[in-house]
Design a protein around this ligand. Structure first.
Ligand code: NAD
Length: 479
């Protein structure tokens, strides 16, 4: 155990161990990868004390830009190694991890650029009765200390989406990554220090949500929580925050609609990728597919063909498309949901097999409307195909979950696209691509139980700053 690389807590530039060791495993081979050390309660308190003190001397926007830009360059320079590290700790194919690493470069670069664009507005105060001689404008100031709690399913880029904007906005930030995947988060912190970030502005506390994440949330000196993870954890955190602000990026039961005028081949190929990439462990993964009856057979044929071409196996192998799920327990749960749907009358078109943590890409039809696979987040490479004839009815179905992150619709008809855009109650509606489509600079976030607040550096910076009004009157009174 001691020969393994260590993943340590970071407080004020010092890397710290504790007595609470945890082994991080290779998610495909099961081999030990590293030993991580859970933060003690005192470490969490210290991390916040240090961040509080450091946040009183924010960097100027140009300094923030230069540091974040340098980190983007470092990620790009270490692309292959980072992708391999993420593939090992997450189980996602190295192909996918290279893509995520490239995205993290963009996230840090965009954060750097946005650090130079934090502005306020002039308020036309003279128009108010009695205010003709005054001036007013707003500025945006850092919130202070940001606590960033991240999930296992994007170990580098989701951390970048929190750390980049938090620092760009002038805050100190403390990261609490998933205990399944702490390696990439620690690597990102190290790059920030190497780029010259004052050490008090970045902290890393390791361990599970309870108690480490909770301790971070419960410390009232943490001004803002940016959380990505399950809706259950998001609700538990929200309930503890009181008046403190937060961004909650939570779960979804993502749907994509394919209309009869769609380009069926392109839609099926995109849906296969959107459903099975990262073994379906993406918050916007295509889980419910509503297909117009006129194109159902053609679509199913193309979707099955695309699924059968996917290569399952060791995520480190460059030819692998799909690696294991995060744990055998997660794969077993997914398998149980498939079996339960079959017991309720569903038919497996392809897949349905599990070996250890590997779940084969699975397509089902005739899934009962109340089956868990249509109502709850599966977070697995499992997609249910449901035929439809009536667009309004299918839009109602897509809206009929507690969630609202993103949805996709394939159509060539402008009216249909606009109807979907206006009536799907989601944070984002994607036309002619799947629900699982994201560029890192775009505003991204959910409604309803999918959460609140917005990611994308420009929007996250808005969330992680406070708007302050400055109202000025000439010292000599009105003239
Ligand atoms: P999770 O909720 O189990 O854990 C997420 C993080 O929260 C981890 O770091 C965990 O340790 C911490 N945590 C858990 N309970 C906590 C508590 N009570 N207090 C403080 N911290 C706590 O999620 P996961 O299994 O790692 O990730 C999968 C989930 O994340 C899925 O539901 C997925 O939809 C969601 N997700 C959402 C988005 C989005 O942008 N909306 C993106 C990625 C993942």
């Amino acid at each position: 155990m001691t020969d393994l690389p260590a993943v340590e807590n970071l407080i004020n530039g010092e890397w710290l161990r504790s007595d609470h060791e945890r082994t991080v495993h290779h998610k495909f081979t099961g081999a030990p990868l590293a030993t991580s050390y859970d933060a003690t309660p005192a470490m969490v308190t210290n991390a916040v004390t240090v961040a509080r003190a450091a946040s009183r001397t924010p960097l100027n926007p140009l300094q923030r830009y230069e540091i974040l830009r340098a980190v983007a360059d470092q990620i790009a320079a270490n692309r292959e190694q980072l992708a391999l590290d993420v593939a090992r700790e997450s189980g996602f194919s190295v192909k996918d991890c290279l893509g995520d690493t490239d995205r993290a470069v963009q996230t840090m670069l965009t954060s750097a650029e946005e650090a130079k664009r934090i502005d306020g507005e002039v308020v036309p105060i003279q128009a108010a009765p009695g205010f003709a001689h005054r001036l007013a404008f707003t500025i945006r100031t850092p919130v202070g200390v940001v606590g960033a709690i991240t999930p296992f399913n994007s170990p580098l880029n989701t951390v970048a989406h929190k750390v980049g904007p938090a620092l760009a906005a002038g805050n100190a930030v403390i990261v609490k990554p998933s205990p399944f995947t702490p390696i990439a988060a620690a690597a990102l912190c190290r790059m920030l220090l190497d780029a010259g970030l004052p050490p008090g502005l970045i902290g890393l506390v390791l361990g599970p949500g309870d108690p480490v994440g909770q301790a971070l949330v419960d410390d009232e000196r943490v001004d803002f929580i940016t959380f990505t993870g399950s809706t259950a954890a998001g609700k538990a955190i929200s309930a503890r925050l009181g008046m403190r602000r937060a961004t909650m990026e939570c779960g979804n039961v993502s749907a994509t609609i394919v209309c009869r005028d769609a380009d069926v081949l392109s839609a099926a190929q995109q849906c296969a990728r959107g459903a099975f990439r990262k073994s379906g462990q993406v918050c916007t993964s295509v889980q419910r597919l509503y297909i117009h009856t006129d194109v159902l057979d053609e679509f199913l044929g193309e979707l099955s063909a695309a699924a059968s071409k996917l290569v399952l196996g060791d995520p480190e192998d460059p030819s692998t498309d799909i690696g294991p799920m995060i744990s055998e327990a997660a794969a077993k749960r997914a398998e149980e949901w498939v079996h339960a749907a079959v017991d309720q009358g569903a038919r497996i078109v392809t897949g349905g097999d599990r070996t250890g943590p590997m779940m084969s890409p699975t397509i089902l039809v005739d899934v009962a409307p109340d089956a868990r696979l249509l109502c709850e987040e599966a977070f697995a490479p499992v997609v249910s195909v449901v035929p439809f004839d009536d667009l309004d009815a299918v839009i109602d179905k897509v809206n009929d979950t507690p969630y609202g992150l993103q949805a996709g619709i394939f159509t060539r008809d402008l009216d249909t696209a606009l109807t979907a855009a206006k009536t799907l109650r989601m944070g984002g509606v994607v036309i002619n691509s799947t629900s699982s489509t994201r560029a890192d600079l775009m505003p991204y976030g959910g409604v309803k139980d999918s959460g609140y607040g917005t990611e994308g550096p420009r929007y996250a910076i808005r969330d992680m700053t406070e708007e302050r009004l400055i109202l000025m009157e000439p010292a000599g009174g009105s003239r």
